[in-house]
Design a protein around this ligand. Structure first.
Ligand code: PEP
Ligand code: MG
Length: 753
């Protein structure tokens, strides 16, 4: 008998049983008879999870007295092993299996062969379906397939009759799970898991009309392939927020004949489109459990992602959680996100983010930091461990995430969260105090911003101004290219909110991982490595209309005030000159048109591309200030993609390579009398900031939440002593610079959080 015929025969029977009136028990009794007959099997039994153990619920062939009497713990015996590990057992001689336990009340000693499959609901085992034979033989693949299909349909019956524990069943990880990841944005948050791309729960498994189901799956495959093709095209520009490599794998799977064929076969056996996709997915998951190779395992996760996508298409449940709206305190769970995707979420309801990937200086992390949302990254299994709606604790200070916390853990977390708020409140007490060192040196502490609301935080953060206003954020959150007027309104509101404090506007830095979905294809970066591609100033200088509109908006918005502009990704001085000339033209134009222009203008360049450091003698006389963007600078110095999670922890900001490089820049800028600032994420970490002061930096622009901790550090150091220490360390670097610096800081009572 073919798998299809056998499964379909049983499914038709099951359909009738399920449609009939009667108790769930009566239905299960019918089901075991039906399966035993269809598979010509001497025994067919169903075990269900009740009170944490697997109870024999119905049987054909074992002693009836054993029903509701025989119980096995999770992991106990063959049945317990199947349920716990979520895998199939197919044995010619059951008693030879190391986990075999004999239960005399069942009378199973007559039977030699045994096959069992887990009954799964929402990725957890809720029971086991098994068949047994007197004659020792292994069941063939076809029979096992049929059993799995039947188990799937049974799970629907069991769940609707509420025959098992809770709705989640008893996956091994049903209890609390604590996972360690990478600290991306500090802070603590408590909420419920919300998947960025919600999971679909299959409600109906048996098809009414097989051909209609097939048509639905075909259409969904077509749509999914189109989506993947589009994403691959866009990803070269970074829009999708997903790595090229992943997309390539997606593409491979999307066109994989084997996958679509298996789904098709599952439909042939009588399942609905959703159930067929799920059925094949279950098989993949079962295979995944047996794989040790981490690389291959990752690929399987990709297939799972794609399968979820297909499921969403087929069931018409498209859209991210942002589009459907967050209902309450949400901990967002995603593989990875683009900055624009994150900005779509309601800031008031989004409490925390957990990513399977993620890296410290990826723009999504920077945006989350600006939004004040704690993020923990690099928890590869998060989407498999947490379920939608689970309670989740995100500890961005420790880099830990807890799913389904127990009460004592929640209480301890609450206490720590209260402490962390208290510490923040303590920082508030130094808000009005200057960022002055013990030996009386005044440092400048500014903040990085990008949204209109950020300017209002200046006071609360206790900062000296905005040292980096990322103007591209406005472009990222808009559905279409923001016009000159809307840009002008934003810039003016930021300047107004900042009052007397300076604001440094950086011209748009798009490209790389900050792609604009609405740019025309021609403007998109088709290169394989957009971070080193046509981005930031490179793009602006060739698409001058964009930069002209921005220049005009900035000039008009800063009427009567000081306009401070800086250009991102300057690689050679001529780029700076061209950009500056473009602004000067707009200023001259405003003058000639008798418009109120800025009182004065200061131009600066960002040092993010190492080549610029070699020509500072040419550049410095031409700039009013220089700002070091350590995020990009370090990715280029180390040739390490800032968005690649595999490199997230490989290079240290406190490495001699960076500190020496920066030290040289400091010396040159000082000699030329040009103000210098660091505006990358590095400066927002107290120990790193201390090292920067150690090489002679006296101005930092950092994420607002870091102002308190960094100011506390500054107020606890003697800058002369720090400089002397760092000089010595740099002259002869120790094996572990970070450790040497932090030991020294501890010995000298430096406040490091
Ligand atoms: C940097 O590269 O360090 C920087 C401040 O700019 P962004 O992070 O926006 O690229
Ligand atoms: Mg940069």
């Amino acid at each position: 008998m073919s798998a299809v015929a056998s499964a379909r025969e049983i499914l038709t029977g099951l359909h009738d049983v399920m449609a009939r009136r009667g108790s769930a028990q009566a239905k299960l009794d019918r089901v075991v008879d039906l399966i035993a007959a269809a598979m010509a099997s001497e025994v067919c039994s169903i075990y269900l999870l009740r009170d944490q153990s697997l109870e024999l619920f119905a049987t054909h062939g074992l002693r009836k007295e054993a029903v509701h009497v025989t119980r096995l713990a999770m992991g106990e015996g063959l049945v317990g092993t199947i349920a716990e590990e979520g895998r199939i057992l197919n044995l010619a001689e059951a008693s030879n299996h190391p986990e075999f336990v004999y239960r005399p009340e069942t009378g199973e000693e007559h039977f030699h062969s045994f096959a069992g499959v887990p009954i799964i609901r929402r990725e957890s085992s809720i029971g086991v379906l098994s068949v047994q034979h007197a004659e020792p033989r292994r069941y063939d693949e076809v029979e096992i397939e049929a059993l799995q299909t039947v188990a799937m349909v049974l799970s629907e019956l069991i769940a609707s009759a509420r025959l098992v524990d809770g709705s989640r069943g008893a996956r091994r990880d049903a209890g609390m799970q604590r996972m360690a990841g990478l600290k991306l944005v500090t802070g603590m948050a408590k909420g419920v898991a919300v998947f960025h791309q919600p999971r679909v729960i299959v409600e109906h498994t048996v098809a009414e009309d097989t051909e209609a189901e097939r048509a639905r799956v075909y259409a969904a495959f077509r749509r999914m392939r189109e989506q993947i093709d589009n994403m691959t095209r866009e990803a070269e520009f970074g829009t999708a927020g997903e790595h090229n490599e992943i997309l390539e794998t997606y593409k491979m799977f999307a066109y994989d004949e084997g996958w679509s064929r298996r789904i098709n076969e599952a439909i042939d056996s009588g399942l609905t489109a959703e159930a067929a996709i799920e059925r094949v997915q279950q098989r993949t998951r079962a295979r995944m459990r047996e794989i040790d190779d981490p690389l291959l395992k990752e690929r399987m996760h990709d297939l799972e992602d794609l399968s979820n996508r297909l499921m969403r298409i087929v069931s018409g449940r498209m859209g991210t959680a942002a589009q459907t709206g967050l209902a309450r305190d949400a901990i967002l769970i995603a593989r990875n996100l683009g900055p624009a995707e994150l900005l779509e979420y309601d800031r008031r309801r989004l409490k925390g983010v957990v990513l399977a990937e993620g890296s410290l200086t990826a723009h999504v992390t920077i945006v989350a930091r600006a939004m004040g949302v704690p993020v923990v990254g690099r928890i590869a299994d998060i989407r498999h461990i947490a379920n939608e709606g689970d309670a989740v604790l995100v500890d961005g200070d420790m880099g830990a995430v807890t799913a389904r916390p127990t009460r004592p853990i929640t209480i301890a977390f609450d206490q720590r969260m209260a402490m962390s708020h208290k510490r923040r409140a303590e920082y508030a007490t130094i808000r009005a105090l200057p960022a002055q060192t013990l030996n009386g040196e005044r440092m400048t502490l500014m903040v990085n911003a990008g949204l209109a609301e950020d300017a209002a935080m200046l006071e609360t953060a206790g900062a000296d101004g905005i040292g980096l206003f990322r103007t591209e954020f406005q472009f990222l959150i808009a559905a279409t290219l923001p016009g000159r007027e809307s840009q002008q309104r934003l810039y003016k509101s930021v300047l107004d909110a900042a009052g007397d404090k300076p604001v440094v506007f950086r011209t748009v830095d798009i490209g790389g991982d900050k792609a604009l979905p609405y740019l025309s294809d021609e403007q998109k970066d088709e290169s394989e490595n957009p971070a080193m591609g046509w981005r930031a100033l490179r793009l602006s200088l060739e698409r001058k209309t964009l930069m002209k509109a921005q220049a005009r908006a900035l000039v008009e918005a800063s009427a009567g005030k000081v306009l401070r502009v800086m250009f991102p990704m300057v690689s050679e001085p001529w780029e700076y000159e061209e950009a500056r000339a473009l602004f000067e033209e707009q200023i001259a134009w405003a003058k000639s048109a008798k418009l109120a222009g800025p009182k004065s203008v200061e131009f600066g360049a960002m040092l993010e591309v190492p080549s610029l450091a070699e020509v500072l003698d040419i550049l410095l006389p031409r700039v009013d200030f220089l700002s070091i963007g350590t995020n990009d600078l370090t990715q280029f110095l180390f040739a390490a993609d800032r968005a690649d999670p595999r490199l997230a922890e490989r290079y240290d900001w406190l490495s001699p390579a960076i500190l020496r490089f920066l030290h040289r820049v400091v010396r040159e800028a000082k000699a030329a009398g040009v103000p210098l600032r660091v505006c990358g994420e590095m400066g927002g970490r107290p120990l790193e900031a201390m090292a920067l002061i150690g090489i002679g930096i006296d101005s930092l622009s950092i994420t607002p939440a870091a102002v308190g901790p960094v100011k506390a550090m500054i107020r606890s150091i003697d800058a002369v002593a720090v400089r002397a220490k760092v000089e010595t360390l740099l002259a002869k670097p120790p094996a572990n610079m970070r450790k040497s610096l932090s030991d020294w800081a501890k010995r000298h009572g430096v406040a490091l959080d």
